[in-house]
Design a protein around this ligand. Structure first.
Ligand SMILES: *[C@@H]1O[C@H](CO)[C@@H](O)[C@H](O)[C@H]1NC(C)=O
Length: 277
């Protein structure tokens, strides 16, 4: 018996176990769209409104993309920032509003941008199979990541600059980065367990300044210049899941995907087939 049929038999035998043993959810976290340097303006700047339209026209179709491999998001959440003292901002809401209209699903705008615990409760309440799209204030994004991702697969801060080839941000943004998506693959054994981050990857939206621009990078089926590289928490995974993952990864490897380099104790860089889980 050659190797491949053996794997096929094992896969077929283990498949019901793998499906029953794990639940997954996908979370895409972004900074709100472009703003003016003047923070007393609570709304998006023109490029921010264009980005919001770009998101709506690229994320609402049912075709799978890197950011939403199972089709459009099931949940939309935008941070609220309405304080008596300090600055207000309606930008996170404005960033996802056109998408909410296109999908005809509600946009939750009730959680204060500094209320990390309420954010965690929101995420813990999403059901198996959800894909969640969230717009927030960038300075808090590292803290949102930490609460879902105690082993810090994600970096602690939102990057200051993007260095993406498509487009230079307008001068009023002072070169700040707006294009990054923080994508988390969440896993739990069953609905009584907490979601925890099993995989993390940075993607980017490929917005090039035009509301109706072509949907590329994370909003296309593949990236033209960059291969997304997952950081995966291997230590946290139980034996059963490791086994299931290997069953899926080894055949994908045989079919031509490649392993990335090992990075750090208990972490592996894996290429895209993780999303097949
Ligand atoms: C921000 O919004 C709150 C609640 O709507 C309001 O009371 C406050 O005056 C606003 N602050 C500024 C600076 O506009």
């Amino acid at each position: 018996m050659s190797l491949l049929p053996k794997w096929l038999v094992l896969c077929a035998a283990a498949a019901p176990l793998c499906v029953a043993a794990t639940e997954h959810a996908l979370l895409n976290l972004i900074r709100h769209g472009e703003r003016f340097a003047d923070k007393s303006i609570t709304h998006l700047a023109p490029a921010g409104y264009d980005r919001a339209q770009y998101i709506a026209h690229c994320v609402s179709p049912s075709a799978p993309t890197l950011a939403f491999p199972k089709g459009p998001p099931s949940h939309l959440l935008a941070a609220k920032r309405q304080t008596i003292h300090g600055h207000n901002s309606t930008r996170p809401k404005e960033t996802l509003e056109p998408l909410a209209k296109a999908l005809k699903i509600p946009l939750d705008n009730e959680i204060d941008f500094e209320d990390i615990d309420a954010f965690a409760r929101y995420v813990q309440a999403v059901p198996h199979g959800s894909s969640v799209f969230i717009a927030w204030e960038h300075k808090l994004i590292g803290r949102l990541a930490q609460i879902l991702d105690p082993t810090s697969l994600a970096p602690p801060h939102y990057p200051n600059e993007c260095r993406i080839p498509e487009w230079d941000e307008p001068d009023y943004t002072e070169g700040a980065c707006y294009d990054v998506i923080w994508q988390f693959l969440l896993r739990r054994s069953n609905a009584q367990e907490m979601w925890r981050t099993e995989g993390f990857v940075h993607l980017h939206m490929g917005f090039a300044g035009k509301a109706s621009g072509p949907c590329t990078e994370a909003f296309g089926p593949s990236s033209s210049f960059w291969t997304p590289s997952w950081t995966v928490d291997a230590d946290a995974r139980g034996f059963a899941l490791t086994f299931c993952l290997l069953l899926l990864l080894i055949p994908s490897w045989m079919l031509g995907y490649t392993w990335g380099a090992r990075r750090g104790k208990g972490r592996k860089q894996l290429s895209a087939p993780l999303m097949a889980v």
